[in-house]
Design a protein around this ligand. Sequence first.
Ligand code: ATP
Ligand code: MG
Length: 722
Amino acid sequence: MDVTPILQDLNDAQRQAVTAPLEPLLVIAGAGSGKTRVLTHRAAWLIDVEGVPPQGLLAVTFTNKAAAEMRGRIESLLEMPVRHLWIGTFHGLAHRLLRRHWQDAKLPQNFQIIDSDDQQRIIKRMLRSLEVDDSRWVPREIQYFINAQKDEGLRPQHLHDEGDPNRRQFISLYQTYQETCDRGGLVDFAELLLRAHELWRDNPDILAHYQRRFRHLLVDEFQDTNAIQYAWLRLLAGEQGVPFVVGDDDQSIYRWRGARVEHIYRFQKDFPSAGVVKLEQNYRSTATILNAANAVIANNGSRMGKNLWTEGAEGEPIRVYSAYNERDEADFIVGRLRDWSDQGNARADAAVLYRSNAQSRVLEEGLINAGLPYRVYGGLRFFERAEIKDALAYLRLTSNRDDDNAFERVVNKPTRGIGARTVEAMRDYARANSCSLWRAAGAVASDGLSGRASASVVAFLNLIERAARDTENLDLHEKVDHVIQMSGLIDLFRKEKGEQGATRIENLEELVSAARSFEGDPADEMSPLDAFLAHAALESGEGQADAWEDCVQLMTMHSAKGLEFPLVFLCGMEDGLFPHQRSVADANGLEEERRLCYVGITRAKQTLYISYAEQRRLHGMDRLSPPSRFIAEIPADYVEEIRPRVQVSRPVQPRRSSRSSSLPSNGTEAGVHLGQRVRHQKFGEGVILNCEGQGAHARVEVNFESSGTKWLVLSYANLDLM
Ligand code: ATP
Ligand code: MG
């Protein structure tokens, strides 16, 4: 058998891992050392050389994008399609199992996945109906509590209040929440994992079937598995399974979501026969980038410790840009991106990474103005937009009438005379009779509502029934189109004034095209509509990435894990933003932020820019922050400062800027300083970027939010200080 393509371009340690005996194996190695590559080649090796049928493999990756890429690579190594190979995220695979075994999982056949937004809405509604004060019992905290329990594999009955009335209330809310979901056939993200685990735990026959089938478990990004994911793998591996897991303790960045890097140690205990392979050569980054990353992560105390080196060239220095404010930062980044694109590089080879989703808006504005196409991963994702969720709610109702969330979302959207009081009556009925709102609507419409209200409710119920019936035999995209047309949403948005309504309609059209290009996973067995709805809930925006257009990539550092780009910008590198305010007080939190920084730096192959703003408006607040401490952790030898830091501080004191002449110093101009926000009658609000000259000659450069940068003579400009 010709195994050369599978073993080509692997170093000795990588080859050792790929060809390892059929026993548990742990590959532990730093960023860019070929872990994902080894995993992919191992899959091909098992199929081609060890003769394992593709359906005998289960591969778990971190995103759906990574899963699709991995399938492609395995297929190209094997030069054949591998349809029956299960590759996916933990959530995606758990979902597939639950679809197959819905009865044993005690779910209705058409159960729906709800995202975190839906989950919060259910909790709010629950609090309202229980008349619980939501300022004392904060929905977000309840949500966090519920998910944390599920991530640990705990149901309400496993929890004890330990005499603490607060905890008692949390447990009881968890219980009620779960009952609500069960009644509506709703499954949140954490529930997917927990149910899939219980399915196997409680059904030995089903477990035995999968244990026989999946002897080979390949897991990427193993350092970020949480308790329930680990338990699920452990169960599946049983006594005979051959887990092959790869990870990097320095890249564990989901502790806040229950991930436990300790699973690396646990694995070695649970599988004492496991071999360990370390990879030490980095193939991704220039020596400068790699050394910088190594220097930063060396500041963490708790590490397994590894030695990562490269044969690669030294490369360019890391360029650090000190911006006056977030707009200046965005302008800088957009300028570099434009150069990059003008030089004939692929835009998709450039990524802008940030700590917090909210940072993307200013960058997006800059990119739009510059006419540079971009795509945001995460953040305000396509499937999370209000109009998309409305349309999906209609579709969900046609698939599952008992979906209360969908019902409430659209029962009166567009308005059809079903007022709050009518909905309240349905809720009361549903609560009293432990039934869905759909059933309650039918019941109260025939008894208990005024004639008009009753007619409106019946019309709504009929609309959904008709939509379901009329579209029964249509193709998925026709079905989506048809349901949208029937819903009345288009007319509703047409009435909305200005851009907004038009954009919404465009988005609905986009949903139809998304359905048209949607291809289910060949291993899935659900209806195309259910598969599409699940995709919408699970993918959260990854779906928009069918990149026919070459786009700059925008994403959080978290979602960049595992990816690589020739050109990377790490922006918003300010203390308080990154490391995040929440985590600086606590050593563990700070170390996790530093790992995130390590992940960010190591995404870059050739060129890395780091930027920070001295003044930033975020979430409607202005903040002045020092540069991130992580910048100072990079040895100066690797860094080139593009613009030296200029002190901006709140006290209104004329000061010398480090790069320009002195500031106006007479009394009338004393209020002006770099970074000062000002308002101009014609140009609106802006920030002072630069000052020159004295007295009557004093000039300032102001970056106006709506009209860009302008030089103004202070004595004429009549600026209001803000
Ligand atoms: P991360 O920790 O970021 O997930 P990783 O360890 O999974 O990184 P890969 O993404 O598998 O690393 O590999 C990093 C880059 O190095 C990829 O572009 C890969 O193709 C390349 N690479 C890995 N091993 C080799 C090799 N032996 N020869 C040439 N290129 C390699
Ligand atoms: Mg990887």
